[in-house]
Ligand binder design. Structure first.
Ligand SMILES: [Zn+2]
Length: 166
């Protein structure tokens, strides 16, 4: 967005105060109608890059603290996502309950290719949320995922080594 001219800013300011209630009511309605979209957009990388100078300075001054905050955020989002598919946060095959070794499994396979095409695990969680947690996914522990891949002979067609032609 390009900066507004001073006369335009002045006009906006006067309009804002003379129509204060309508402006607030309009904003409230817009937010209610587009809440999901606004919240999802605020999490997009390009939005998150638009930091205030102060926030950026804080990050630079204390990178360890910032990394920790990000780690906690990812942890919360992972739990939030997995709960939609397994409210008890357990593997849906064997019942394993340590979230560190649980992840979202694509029931029909092709998960690695799908997640990579979206842009990685974090983007994938956001994608699930945006799509209102569609069916076709389940929570499995890594053991069960490897066993499932072996059973369905997925190892040959969808793993890290042949997802990209070389
Ligand atoms: Zn399991």
């Amino acid at each position: 967005m390009s900066p507004l001219s001073p006369s335009r800013l002045e006009y906006n300011r006067r309009y804002y105060w003379s129509h204060h209630d309508q402006v607030l009511e309009g904003a409230r309605r817009y937010y209610q109608r587009h809440r999901e979209k606004i919240l999802a957009e605020n999490k997009l990388p390009e939005k998150r890059k638009r930091l205030t100078a102060a926030a950026l300075a804080r990050r630079i001054a204390n990178p360890a603290h910032y990394r920790e905050i990000c780690r906690q955020f990812r942890k919360r989002r992972k739990a939030e996502t997995l709960k939609h598919y397994s409210p008890s946060l357990t593997c849906q095959r064997c019942g394993f309950a340590d979230i560190r070794a649980l992840s979202i499994d694509h029931v029909k396979g092709g998960g690695h290719r799908h997640v990579t095409s979206i842009g990685g695990t974090e983007a994938f969680y956001l994608w699930l949320k945006k799509n209102k947690y569609p069916p076709g996914f389940q929570v499995l522990c890594m053991n069960c995922q490897f066993i499932k891949r072996e059973e369905q002979n997925e190892l040959g067609k969808d793993n890290h080594f042949d997802s990209k032609p070389r």
